[in-house]
Design a protein. Structure first.
Length: 399
C-alpha cells in the first residue's frame, strides 16, 4: 500500500477521540487506509444488505460483539439509526479509538454526525493520491510556499499530460488500468448509486449532460443561470445538482477572497473538478496528446494545481482555506492561500516557458495589498524552478 499523508493525523486523533470519521469520494482509498492502520479492529461494510439488516434490526446485539475491540463501520451513512447507539456507547465508555467510521456520501454522513456525535468525533477527508503521495515523497510545508524552493527530483518516466489525463485515483495506478475505461465505469457507478441515493432524479441523461456542462466550465466563474439554461433545467435544480457533485467530492467551489482594497469584487465562486482524469473524461479528451493541444489545457492544469493544494491541506487535517481574487475590472489572481497570519498569492500557467506577463496579476495584487516583498508563487508546466521578479517560480512537480 502506498502510504497516505493523512495517516499521521488519524493516528493522533485515534488516541484522543472515541470516534474517527473518514470521508471522501468513492475509490479514494479510505477502506484500504483504515484497514491497514487498524488491523486488529473488526471490519463491517454497511453495503452488505444482510449485515445492514442485522445492524438496523438489533443494534444492541450488533454492538455487543465488540465490547473490548474497536470496530470499523464502512459506508455507515447507509444505517443512520446506528449513530444514536454509537453516541450512547461512547458516552457510557469514554475510550479513544472505539469507532472508525467511513463513507463516500459526505452530506448524509456529516448530517448524522452533527446531530449525534458533535464533540465526540474527529473528521478527516481523504481525496485521491496527491502527486507526492504517488511518488512516495513528503510534501513541503505550505507555509514555505513563495519563500523556499526545494530540489524535488523530476519524476522519471512520467509526463505531465499523461498524469492529467489519467487522474489520481489509486486503483488506476495500483492496478495499471486503462484510465478512461475505469473512469467511464466510475462515473456510471456514481450516477447509478450515489446520485440516486441523494436526490430522486428520474432523468439520468440530463444529469450526465449537466456534468459535462460543468466540465466545460471548469476553472471559470460559476454562472448558475447560464448553466441551468444550457442544460434545460431550472435554476433551483441546477443548484441542487451542483450540491450533489460537491457532496460526492467530484467538484469543489473556490470562493472569492474579500479584502478591502476599495474595489468592487466579484461574488461568484469558481468551479473546479477534484480529479483531472474525470475532467478529461467528461470533456471527451481521448488521449494525453489530445490534451496537449486542447483548448481546455490551461483550465485542466489549473484544476490540477487547485486539487493538489486542497489535498495538501486536507491530508494534513486542516481546513482548505483556498480562495481566488478578482475585481470588477477583470484583474484576477488564481489562488490565495489564507494561512491566518499571512496571505500567499499564487498564479497558475500551463505554458512550459516563463513569460514576463505571467507576473502581472501577482504584481497588481501585491501593489493593492501594499505587500511588495510578500511571498508569492507562480506554478507553471515547465521544468525549471527559480526565483524571478521577487516570486518563487515552481515547476509542476516542485511546489
Amino acid at each position: 500500500m502506498i502510504p497516505r499523508h493523512l495517516e499521521r493525523k488519524i493516528r493522533q486523533a485515534a488516541e484522543q477521540y472515541p470516534v474517527i470519521t473518514l470521508t471522501g469520494p468513492r475509490q479514494s482509498g479510505k477502506t484500504t487506509l483504515i484497514r491497514a492502520m487498524f488491523p486488529d479492529m473488526q471490519y463491517f461494510s454497511m453495503e452488505d444488505p444482510e449485515l445492514r439488516h442485522l445492524a438496523v434490526e438489533d443494534p444492541r446485539g450488533f454492538f455487543a460483539q465488540f465490547q473490548e475491540k474497536g470496530v470499523i463501520l464502512d459506508e455507515v451513512q447507509r444505517t443512520p439509526d446506528l449513530f444514536s447507539y454509537i453516541q450512547t456507547r461512547v458516552d457510557e465508555v469514554d475510550r479513544p479509538g472505539q469507532f472508525i467510521l467511513s463513507g463516500s456520501q459526505n452530506f448524509l454522513l456529516m448530517k448524522n454526525i452533527s446531530q449525534t456525535l458533535a464533540g465526540r468525533c474527529a473528521i478527516f477527508h481523504l481525496l485521491p493520491f496527491s502527486l507526492n503521495e504517488l511518488r512516495q515523497l513528503s510534501h513541503p510545508p505550505l507555509e514555505d510556499m513563495g519563500q523556499e524552493i526545494l530540489s524535488i527530483p523530476e519524476p522519471k518516466n512520467t509526463n505531465l499530460f499523461d498524469l492529467l489525463f489519467s487522474g489520481f485515483y489509486p486503483r488506476i495506478h495500483d492496478k495499471k488500468l486503462d484510465a478512461q475505461e475505469w473512469l467511464k465505469n466510475y462515473t456510471q457507478t456514481y450516477l447509478e448509486r450515489d446520485v440516486r441515493d441523494l436526490i430522486n432524479i428520474g432523468d439520468l441523461e440530463a444529469f450526465r449532460r449537466f456534468m459535462g456542462l460543468c466540465a466545460g466550465r471548469a476553472g471559470q466563474l460559476l454562472n448558475l443561470s447560464s448553466l441551468a439554461s444550457d442544460c434545460g433545467i431550472t435554476h433551483t435544480t441546477a443548484k441542487r445538482w451542483l450540491s450533489v457533485l460537491e457532496t460526492g467530492f467530484i467538484i469543489t467551489l473556490l470562493r472569492p477572497h474579500f479584502q478591502n482594497f476599495n474595489k468592487r469584487l466579484v461574488k461568484s465562486p469558481k468551479l473546479y473538478f477534484l480529479d483531472t482524469g474525470i475532467l478529461c473524461y467528461l470533456q471527451r479528451i481521448r488521449s494525453p496528446e489530445d490534451l496537449l493541444l486542447h483548448a481546455s489545457r490551461g483550465a485542466i492544469f489549473e484544476n490540477y494545481v487547485v486539487a493538489e493544494l486542497l489535498k495538501r491541506r486536507l491530508h494534513d487535517g486542516m481546513d482548505p482555506d483556498l480562495y481566488f481574487w478578482r475585481d470588477s475590472a477583470g484583474h484576477e489572481l488564481d489562488i490565495i492561500i489564507d494561512l491566518g497570519n499571512q496571505l500567499i498569492p499564487v498564479e497558475v500557467k500551463s505554458a512550459q516557458t516563463i513569460a514576463k506577463d505571467f507576473f502581472k496579476g501577482l504584481n497588481y495584487w501585491k501593489t493593492l495589498a501594499k505587500k511588495a516583498s510578500a511571498p508569492a508563487a507562480l506554478i507553471y508546466a515547465g521544468k525549471r524552478s527559480l526565483f524571478q521578479k521577487n516570486t518563487a517560480v515552481y515547476s509542476w512537480w516542485n511546489f
